[in-house]
Write a protein that binds this ligand. Structure first.
Ligand code: FNR
Length: 368
């Protein structure tokens, strides 16, 4: 393996190392994968307007998320089944996030339990929640997360049914037999059966509550005092509803383009959501972040932080914990360099006027 100089290089290594069924599961988007391409391409249509001759000898990236101090605004999104990428799975991701001083979000469908991840040491962590039809299961998981010191819940709202991921259908995707959904072990819902379809799509159809609605955000608030981030908002209308429902934050996400195809790239939807949230709750973003310049663009458009998904699983597959550490290090260094080259020494210096989107190429140049 030659020297890795950017996070995208891990994808090719993962492809070589992983069984086809696992790699296809990680890499795929829904249907035509139009949104999957847009999640990346939309970043390349945003250009910089750097400020020059500013003393950038010291740059401060420390920040807080929901009141918790972290080292940078780059966090880890929930991705399921990490032990399929590497035997250390979620343990490796948790350790790498801790070493980098940032937040890991653990998937409901993790192959390591909430307690196992907590056993890697006390850190700020979030739990991603899918709402099962059996609400007792959900309540139990939330309680376990509270006890294990998790600090927030990311409620995924874009998955009443699983998007159509055709590679998983062709591969008849199921979890390898030695792995289980560890959070549900012993509950008879920790296994995925082989079917004539994507095994995961059948699992979701059988287990996940399609009737989930805004009133269930209230229900969740009634069973926990943890802050709730609504993950999967990409319109102003839904942003207003999330504020109204008492969410503590919004994650602008299209689930890594794995749910509804032909929704816009998240970076293209971000500004409308930020405007609708009116600063009442923080807005985060995931989808297609692969460079420090992408992080900067998201913050300039009003995001309070970003999450990465696939770069973590590909790096895990390639090098385990060391790979995830390297991904976080490279993104941090690239982001710091982008700040310096744009003339920003603190996060508060990053302004909308540092970037140019297609929508405002024709607008008059802002007065500085
Ligand atoms: C996901 N994502 C996801 N989201 C969620 O809420 N719960 C989950 O269990 C998973 N699992 C999952 C597995 C894999 C393999 C991928 C690629 C994605 C979506 C994830 O949290 C995030 O929204 C996207 O991955 C962000 O896009 P990028 O960084 O992968 O482009």
């Amino acid at each position: 393996m030659g020297e890795i100089t950017n996070v995208m290089e891990y994808q090719a290594i993962a492809k070589q190392k992983l069984p086809k069924m696992a790699y296809d599961y990680y890499v795929s988007g829904a249907e035509d994968e139009w949104t999957l391409k847009q999640n990346r391409e939309a970043f390349s249509r945003i250009l910089f307007r750097p400020r020059i001759l500013i003393d950038v000898s010291k740059i401060d990236m420390t920040t807080s998320v929901l009141g918790f101090k972290i080292s940078m605004r780059i966090m880890i999104a929930p991705t399921a089944f990490q032990k399929m990428a590497h035997p250390d799975g979620e343990y490796a991701t948790a350790r790498a996030a801790s070493a980098a001083g940032t937040i890991m979000t653990l998937s409901s469908w993790a192959t390591s339990s909430v307690e196992e991840v907590a056993s890697t040491g006390p850190r700020i962590r979030f739990l991603q929640l899918y709402v099962h039809k059996d609400r007792k299961v959900v309540e139990q998981l939330v309680r376990t997360a509270e006890r294990a010191g998790f600090k927030a819940i990311a409620l995924t709202v874009d998955t009443p049914r699983l998007g159509r991921r055709e590679a998983d259908i062709k591969n008849r995707f199921v979890l390898p037999p030695h792995l289980t959904l560890k959070n549900f072990e012993g509950l008879d819902i920790g296994k995925m059966d082989k079917t004539n379809d994507s095994g995961l799509a059948s699992y979701v159809a059988g287990q996940i509550d399609r009737s989930l609605s805004w009133k269930d955000v209230k229900w969740l608030q009634s069973i926990t005092s943890l802050p709730i981030l609504v993950k999967g908002v990409i319109t102003a209308e839904n942003a207003r509803l999330a504020v109204h429902a008492g969410a503590s934050g919004i994650i602008v996400s299209n689930h890594g383009a794995r749910q509804l195809d032909y929704v816009p790239a998240t970076i293209s939807a971000l500004e409308e959501v930020v405007t609708a949230a009116q600063g009442r709750i923080p807005v985060y973003l995931d989808g297609g972040i692969r460079r420090g310049t992408d992080v900067f663009k998201a913050l300039a458009l009003g995001a309070s932080g970003i999450f990465i998904g696939r770069p973590v699983v590909f790096a895990l597959a390639a090098e385990g914990e060391a790979g995830v550490r390297n991904v976080l290090r490279m993104l941090r260094e690239e982001f710091e360099l982008t700040m310096a080259l744009s003339g920003c020494t603190t996060l508060a210096d990053i302004k909308r006027s540092h970037i140019l989107t297609e929508g405002n190429r024709l607008r008059p140049v802002p007065r500085l």
